[in-house]
Ligand binder design. Structure first.
Ligand code: ZN
Length: 364
């Protein structure tokens, strides 16, 4: 997860240029750096900027962009229609056959830039979730995936190397992961999560529902596919209606005839960011064997992408030394688990959280 979660940083709040932020938003670019993309799909705002790491999840654009587009298009089409009707009075059918498609096309073309500008405006004024002076009071569920290759004498883990030119954590090794998406529990899967895994996932505090446990496992698979192009799935003879639900980030699965398969995932640790942070995460660290990789999407990792390289690194190797403190603790847990033999859901899972200003290590 390319989000520094366990560090405390209280920055002064500099004034932001509203017009510049809106202009960048109009071009669908990050209001902060002007480079990264705001959208990951037509109207879906990305979680954060791939270039500077700016978190976009605080936006609350809701229906405002749609209303603005109606106002803008209305103020262009209606005067033109009145002027043409007054001066030329063409037939109604001809008028409709022009105005309707023009209105539709203009609306579709304007929606994305207008939404980008609204996000830019909210960012510049530090509205809603962009207000960094107010610490988060709820943790967001997140999932991280550590793929393991046990074919050699020392287990290797898969890390992605971030681009040297990004401002946020340049050149660093990261594991794929991110926030749980609202759609994650609606994605068709090849197999349900094992009961043993579900039991571990709903353990600890705060408690979660089984549906949320499933969403966490699915989120780990989705993030891995998005960031590394590796798909943990299973071939199915007939997709039936499932292919229609595997859109957006899930498209590679549909194209390869795969359903995401969370049955090979194991929980290694759960960790909650200390209180008082702007964003707080309740992260579940999953592992899966490299043999669960059923498909590889070409072109996700390349010299100009967010991740420039995927590397299998031996556990305990020096190149993992500058990983985040929490990530290193999780890798030590993984090392211990692998030493026990085949992975099992029955093993103890550490739960790191803060209580009374101190980090606690409970066991799930
Ligand atoms: Zn940016």
């Amino acid at each position: 997860m390319p989000t520094e979660t366990w560090t405390s940083a209280s920055q002064p709040l500099p004034k932001r240029d509203v017009w510049q932020a809106m202009a960048r938003g109009l071009r669908c670019r990050c209001p902060n750096c002007g480079e990264g993309k705001v959208f990951r799909a037509f109207l879906k705002v990305a979680d954060n900027c791939s270039v500077c790491g700016q978190d976009f999840s605080g936006h609350r654009a809701d229906d405002l962009p749609a209303y603005l587009v109606i106002v803008i298009v209305g103020h262009i089409i209606v005067p033109i229609a009145l002027w043409i009707e007054t001066d030329y009075a063409p037939s109604i059918a001809l008028q409709l056959s022009v105005y309707l498609p023009v209105t539709l096309i203009m609306s579709l073309v304007l929606l994305q830039p207008v939404k980008g500008a609204v996000v830019g405006l909210q960012w510049a004024f530090r509205m809603h979730g962009f207000d960094e002076s107010r610490p988060a009071d709820v943790e967001e569920d997140a999932a991280t995936l550590i793929l393991v290759d046990r074919s050699g004498s020392v287990p290797k883990v898969l890390v992605g190397k971030r681009h040297d030119k990004v401002i946020f954590m340049p050149g660093k090794f990261v594991f794929p992961g991110g926030r749980v998406d609202a759609t994650d529990n609606k994605i068709p899967v090849a197999a349900e999560i094992p009961k043993g895994l579900e039991k571990k996932l709903i353990g600890g505090s705060p408690k979660i529902a089984p549906a949320r446990a499933r969403a966490l496992a699915v989120a780990a698979i989705r993030e891995a596919c998005e960031e590394t192009g590796l798909c943990l799935g299973r071939k199915v003879a007939r997709m039936n209606g499932a292919a229609a639900k595997l859109t957006g980030e899930w498209k590679p699965f549909a194209e390869a005839g795969l359903l995401p398969d969370p049955s090979g995932l194991f929980l290694i640790a759960r960790a909650i960011t200390p209180p008082g942070r702007v964003r707080r995460f309740d992260t579940r660290f999953f592992t899966a064997d490299a043999s669960s990789i059923a498909h590889r999407v070409e072109g996700v990792v390349h010299a100009d992408a967010e991740l420039v390289e995927l590397v299998w690194v031996e556990l305990g190797s020096l190149s993992l030394a500058d990983l985040h403190q929490m990530t290193k603790m999780v890798l030590r847990e993984l090392d211990k688990r692998l030493a026990l033999g085949p992975l099992s859901h029955a093993a103890e899972v550490p739960f790191f959280h803060f209580y009374g200003g101190k980090m606690q290590r409970d066991v799930i």
